[in-house]
Write a protein that binds this ligand. Structure first.
Ligand code: NAI
Length: 338
């Protein structure tokens, strides 16, 4: 098959580690994989011209206008190489005859372990100790943390990631309470975890950890009112989606001491900031800049998924979906979105 006949898949918002893991399936006669480093949006969607499929990540903006350009360019599949799918307009995709797929599960362990790593780092001040010791400052002032053992951890969303996170906290000897519109009571009973309503969870938890999807119902679920119902000095961890949390409410609660610590792997305005090196430029986002001034705030740049195992699984599942689609085969229903 010559180059002109190869089917093309255009990848967006890619980094070196994506290119390392994504390989064309051998049986399709060689796919032409085109890697773009920019994020897909309406203005640049014509770059997909000639591609049967596009592969996008969490901050590509696949709204109706973008999908219309993609459809005009001949794109028939949008393959999300992530679990969350809030950045795609499914209604528009369906109307335009574009199939949307995602990777529902790759490594829930990657995200759950990062969640716990963030909390431990923040609570035990490892990030501060690391910097201190490197300057030969071996003092311990200001590094007092708390035992996780015996504390109450509230898990919002007991899907794949929330369940693993809950189990890890049980391993620390925490009491774990949870809320989910679809409770898995068999799992909860097996692990000594108790379901409770949201208000009960907020008022009883020393640590609140978010693991539900971003939907119109969950947008800014953590706001002035709900944070106000949390325990004084409680810790908040968000490795799910930035817009679950009202950042200005978090800043107020940090200033008043209502929140004792906040660990974020996601931020509501992360698009265009996270995944990029801004070290040579002025940060334009004043809310993020303010958050970064608090000694009890720890931010990572949406890296919870970033393990070798997760990257390999993401690439494998995504290319399996692309391959199935291009061969005209069924794609597992839990991978199809919308
Ligand atoms: P999942 O779909 O397996 O579980 C989500 C759970 O949240 C479900 O059980 C659902 O019933 C529950 N839920 C929905 N609305 C709720 C509400 N209002 N209150 C409480 N629970 C609610 O999803 P999974 O795989 O566990 O992922 C969770 C989230 O983690 C994803 O939606 C995604 O946004 C985020 N994520 C973040 C990553 C990162 O690198 N930081 C990587 C992968 C996922």
């Amino acid at each position: 098959m010559n180059r002109e006949e190869k089917m093309r898949v255009a990848f967006y918002d890619t980094k070196g580690y994506d290119r390392d893991y994504f390989k064309a399936p051998a049986d399709l006669g060689g796919l032409d994989l085109v890697f773009h480093d920019f994020r897909l949006c309406t203005d640049n969607a014509l770059s997909a011209d000639g591609a049967e499929a596009v592969c996008v990540f969490v901050n590509d903006k696949v709204d109706r206008a973008c999908l219309e350009v993609l459809a005009g360019a001949g794109v028939r599949l949008v393959a999300l190489r992530c679990a969350g799918f809030n950045n795609v307009d499914f209604t528009a995709a369906a109307e335009l005859g574009i199939v949307v797929t995602r990777v529902p599960a790759y490594s829930p362990y990657a995200v759950a372990e990062h969640t716990v790593a963030l909390l431990l780092t923040l609570n035990r001040k490892i990030h501060r100790a690391y910097n201190r010791v490197r300057e030969l400052n071996f003092s311990l002032g200001g590094l007092v943390g708390f035992d996780l053992h015996g504390k109450t951890v509230g898990i919002l969303g007991t899907g794949r990631i929330g369940r693993i996170t809950a189990q890890i906290f049980r391993g620390f000897g925490c009491e774990v309470i949870a809320t989910d519109p679809f409770p898995d009571t068999e799992w909860a009973d097996a692990h000594g975890i108790r379901y409770i309503d949201l208000d009960g969870l907020l008022s009883a938890s020393d640590v609140v950890s978010l693991h539900m999807p971003l939907t119109p119902e969950t947008h800014h679920l953590l706001c002035d009112a709900t944070i106000g119902r949390m325990k004084d000095g409680a810790y908040l961890v968000n490795t799910s989606r930035g817009k679950l949390v009202d950042s200005t409410a978090v800043i107020s609660a940090l200033k008043s001491g209502k929140l004792g610590g906040v660990a974020l792997d996601v931020y509501e305005e992360e698009e265009g900031v996270f995944f990029e090196d801004h070290s040579e430029t002025a940060l334009q986002d004043d809310v993020l800049a303010r958050l970064l001034t608090f000694p009890n705030v720890l931010v990572t740049s949406h890296q919870a998924f970033l393990t070798r195992e997760a990257l390999a699984a993401i690439a494998e599942t995504t290319m399996d979906s692309v391959g199935r689609f291009l061969r005209g085969e069924e794609i597992p229903t839990n991978r199809r979105v919308g």
